[in-house]
Design a protein around this ligand. Structure first.
Ligand code: BG6
Length: 510
């Protein structure tokens, strides 16, 4: 079923509906969902009649759950203004709580009755989003319990589920999870959330490419030398060691977020701007990723792990010393890989993807390195040849910069790199919405454009599985160690034919 594109959320309001949150007292709900819903509420973007029904194992009254909501809003929106605080009671009026043990099928009957009672009381048709803000091992159980009580059927209203990553642990488990969800839900009802696609700046990549006449003509192998996609984090795994041990950087960041960004960078222009056409193009990129053989994994993928480091007068913990991490863990906290997309546009152009924790700064950016001018006129006069780059900064200080050569004033022809930069914040007349605000609103409208489709998830797992299997089967493939505050292990250089292309973001301080 085709879904509409939510182009103007300011002008339209989604139809009346319910949002049922599984895991409503959990970390993600407190940190992301409730603050996003509150911001949508204060910006008058929620449906006119709307109910948020929090569920969980705890036996809470509505009032007790309201106290919890107040507490998390104050904690996770620290910059809340006085006048926004006065809007909290109105927001709480939308919120109810229902005891549900996700593993107890009978509790879903109580949930269904509660939804229908509220539906009558409030005069809201049972259009329902079920948000799975729960550990992944419960996804299948909750889906099965909803199906058991017919809560997937769209007889008297639509039904949608939002599923958080990780969507599977490997290709096989992703296929299996999909099969279980599809036992009741159809693909148009399943919204696999990837918060990177909710970032304004990632969406802006499509606008940059397809709304302008001058980027797209050079966006291919004839003009581009290589592309780097970087997501560096300054923080370590913090209190998520238990989860991270089962994931590692490749599953945590590359399989989903960074391959989705790569797909948006490399996709063909869709013929029309609707969710199916866009996702038809992004999935083709993922399906065209050149699979890595076991030998290529050893040479084209570098993995690393941060170690205890003395810095800034303190000792930064190594990964193996983090809470819930095994002292001899081989989990990678850093990964850099060289990948190719086997199609007409990108044949033999390397894409470098890299991500890691405990790096010198937090920066996510895409750098497009253009080929040098074909005939170097100034080479004889000056050794300094300019590099040409297009830098798409996703965060922080979102923006775009173009880096090119200019003549240094004065005699001779000395060339120097300069840049023209645009700061995304200059365009915003209001606060740039958080990814969760955008994605929740899109799901309320039934716009699935920025959610991962089943074929895309499978295609990216297929690619990533080859790497995971090679690591599992060949213990000789090294795990390199790096100090905190370094740009990953020095061995990353092996990925480049010319080691001067080594990783040193950010290129420009926007
Ligand atoms: C999450 C990962 O999906 O994305 C985290 O699980 C990571 O490990 C986070 O820190 C990064 O997101 P952002 O928006 O801070 O770049």
């Amino acid at each position: 079923m085709e879904s509409p594109i939510n182009n103007s959320p300011e002008k339209t309001i989604a139809e009346n509906q319910f949002l049922v949150i599984f895991g409503s007292t959990g970390d993600l709900t407190g940190r992301k969902l409730l603050p996003a819903l509150f911001r949508l509420y204060i910006n008058h973007l929620l449906p006119q009649h709307f109910v948020i029904l929090g569920t969980g194992r705890k036996d809470l009254t509505n009032e007790a759950y309201h106290d919890h909501v107040k507490e998390v809003l104050n904690r996770f929106i620290p910059s809340m203004e006085e006048k926004e605080t006065t809007l909290i009671p109105g927001f709480l009026d939308l919120i109810y709580y229902q005891h549900v043990n996700n593993k107890e099928q009978a509790d879903f009957e109580g949930l269904k009755n509660r939804i229908y009672t509220l539906s009558k009381e409030k005069g809201i048709s049972p259009n329902i989003i079920f948000y799975f803000s729960i550990p992944p091992f419960l996804y299948e159980t909750v889906a099965a319990n909803l199906i058991a009580y017919g809560l997937h059927e769209e007889k008297d209203g639509w039904r949608r589920i939002i599923v958080e990553k990780p969507f599977g642990y490997s290709y096989e488990t992703a296929v299996e999870l999909d099969r279980k969800l599809h036992a009741g839900f159809e693909e148009h009802q399943i919204y696999r959330i990837d918060h990177y696609l909710g970032k304004e700046t990632v969406q802006n990549i499509m606008v940059t490419r397809f709304a302008n006449g001058f980027f797209e003509p050079i966006w291919d192998r004839k003009f581009i030398d290589r592309i780097e996609i970087t997501a560096a984090e300054k923080i370590g795994v913090e209190n998520r060691g238990g989860y991270y041990e089962t994931a590692g950087a490749l599953r945590d960041m590359v399989q989903n977020h960074l391959l989705e960004v790569l797909a948006v960078i490399a996709m063909e222009p869709p013929v029309v701007f609707d969710s199916q056409s866009i996702r038809n193009e992004t999935v083709k990129v993922l399906q065209a990723l050149r699979p890595l053989s076991a030998e290529e994994v050893a040479s084209n993928v570098i993995r690393g792990q941060y170690i205890e480091t003395a810095a800034e007068g303190k000792i930064l913990k190594g990964y193996r010393e983090e809470k819930d991490v095994s002292p001899d863990s081989k989990t990678e906290t850093f990964v850099a890989l060289k990948v190719f997309i086997d199609n007409w546009r990108w044949s033999d152009i390397p894409f470098y993807i890299r991500t890691g924790k405990q790096l010198p700064e937090q920066v996510t950016e895409v750098v497009i390195h253009l080929k040098p001018a074909p005939h170097q006129l100034f080479k004889e006069l000056c050794a300094c040849q300019p590099t040409n780059m297009i830098i798409l900064r996703i965060q922080p200080d979102a923006g775009i910069a173009i880096d090119f050569g200019m003549k240094v004033p004065g005699e001779g022809y000395k060339v120097q790199n300069v840049n023209m930069a645009f700061h995304y914040a200059d365009l915003a007349t209001k606060e740039i919405p958080d990814a969760y605000e955008r994605l929740l609103l899109d799901c309320m409208f039934g716009d699935a454009t920025l959610f991962a489709r089943d074929d895309a998830v499978k295609a990216s797992w297929k690619f990533v599985d080859k790497i995971l299997n090679a690591w599992k089967e060949d213990p000789e493939i090294p795990l390199y160690f790096y100090e905190c505050n370094a740009w990953g292990p020095v061995e990353v250089r092996q990925l480049f034919e010319d080691p001067s292309q080594d990783w040193k973001p950010p290129y420009i301080n926007l």
